[in-house]
Design a protein around this ligand. Sequence first.
Ligand code: HEM
Length: 189
Amino acid sequence: MFHFSLFSIFCYRPEVQHGKYNLEDETVGQQTELEHPEMLSWEIIICCIVSGAHTFGRARCLVFRHRLHNFNNVPGSTDPTIDPTFGDVLKQLCPDGGNGDVLIDLDPTTPDDFDRNYYANLQNNRGLLQTDQALFSTAGANTVAIVNRFASSQTDFFNNFVQSMINLGNLSPLTRSNGEIRRNCRSIN
Ligand code: HEM
């Protein structure tokens, strides 16, 4: 599927750089998919690349513990996309009703190294955040191929990550009808 650098595509698609669309907003995301199906895909792909930054650092229990206890408001249920052994460890570290500020490694394999293991963890259902695991566990998602690709080649991941960060850093401020900067990132102004 990916016979050339993801970046050559990114660089040649100026509409991606407008940054008009915020995937965090489900409603806008659906509208975008209807109007620009390719664009939504490419934004997700870029998200998949830069999320590799979660190869180190920590997250507080409060941002992911909904996956461990009462998932989807079902009492006692756990997110089925979490490896059961990993889930048991997390439940002990982040008990239901416990201290939400406890810090957990985003990459349980090599928590302080910038490497390809973030993607290997996703293949083993050991992504900490729901947004991380979704890159691999969403049926039919085009990010699955990227996870597999970067899990098998650290050099490939590094090259793509570097260029993505440069491209994101070069995004221009939005003016007039080009888009908007949200006052509240959860909704359009
Ligand atoms: C899909 C988009 C992303 C989401 C939803 C996301 C979400 C999060 C969350 C919830 C945390 C834990 C924060 C806390 O507990 O207070 C976190 C930590 C972190 N994120 Fe992201 N993130 C995203 C993209 C990125 C990107 C693009 C980068 C950098 C290029 C990044 C780098 C980090 C780092 C380094 C940490 C650990 C911080 C620390 O240990 O102090 N994230 N992220």
